[in-house]
Design a protein around this ligand. Sequence first.
Ligand code: NAI
Length: 394
Amino acid sequence: MIIQPKTRGFICTTAHPEGCAANVQSQIDYVKSRPPMANPPKKVLVIGASTGYGLASRIVPAFGGGAATIGVFFEKPGTDRKTGSAGWYNSVAFEKAAADAGLYAKSFNGDAFSGEMKATVIEAIKADLGQVDSIVYSLASPRRTDPTDGETYRSVLKPIGQSYSQKNLNTDTGEVDSVTIEPATEEEIAHTVKVMGGEDWELWIKALNEAGVLADGFTTVAYSYIGPDLTYPIYTNGTIGKAKEHLEESTARMNEQFGAGTAYVSVNKALVTQASSAIPVVPLYISLLYKVMKEAGLHEGTIEQIQRLFADHLSSGSAPELDEKGRIRIDDWEMRDDVQSAVAEAWENVTTENLSELSDFSGYKNEFLRLFGFGLEGVDYESDTNPERPLPSE
Ligand code: NAI
């Protein structure tokens, strides 16, 4: 099959196996080019391991520290007539590269929110690794079925209290228009917290602890975002922000409960991923941010961010540096005053006409396509490729 991108808004319904493999390989190459970490984890569980920040969180300890990894994700394998999802092909490529490097890697495709998935992963840890010393929780999902009551909750991306109007970028047409989003209901807020808050993270750590598979001194980390004032109504002060508040409260609860290890929240940079491209207003902010950060030589992608998270904080040999609220801040370069004031000025002035001059919209689009394995150097997109790719560990 010849595989081409088929995009609709913030979704691309196809993915290229060789392109995804090239994307994974370039992340592996980056990690291998970095100096060794002082104290890397050896047995790592990544929940949400197939794309974005979670994929990078699997690659960094594996190829930067020789760690055995277990990855959990929710992806679609390809068939002889239909392409699989990018996260599937990424995971196939990751496992192949890990096997070539002599590293243990096992993956589980299914619902991380379920009790069954937790039990399956615990069995695999017991059988193959004994214990894990690092657990990364990097899920981004629009819905969650709570195993305790069987109810399915849906998350929404809405402001709280009042409607929010802001400039917005139509990523299909390149038009800068505006968007008004009505405030969430109390129920929508509660449901978003159910899906994207820390409840399931806590359930994972509790289950792993009760099964005796957490090593003494383990660390667990989940990812949050803050960003600038202009996205506060839709992010930090919106429904997703409420969920992130809950995630942060989870660290305190877990640190009280599980004395043998430490839970952290890391606040990461805004980057193009499948999850972030679905948030209104954010793609315009990211396009402007990329331009400013690239020009200042400060730009990072998921792999550079997570490399820095492990090298400087989680695996540096000493305790991570935390902000006044106890969080790791790898969004520090994004939040620098000079970066933020340049973005704010561009935000004021940006229109459809000057979009390509003031922003890095072309970089945004290229990076979006790369998420699905398109536009990578050295990949022959004209040649026939087989969409059916089994996971080596299955
Ligand atoms: P992503 O969409 O690239 O990755 C989501 C991962 O979750 C994938 O591996 C997917 O397979 C997995 N997943 C989704 N539902 C699942 C389910 N039911 N069972 C098992 N796996 C499931 O998202 P991204 O952007 O990497 O987000 C990860 C975390 O990082 C989120 O908490 C997000 O809020 C946070 N974050 C993202 C930022 C961004 O700009 N992209 C910035 C700061 C934090």
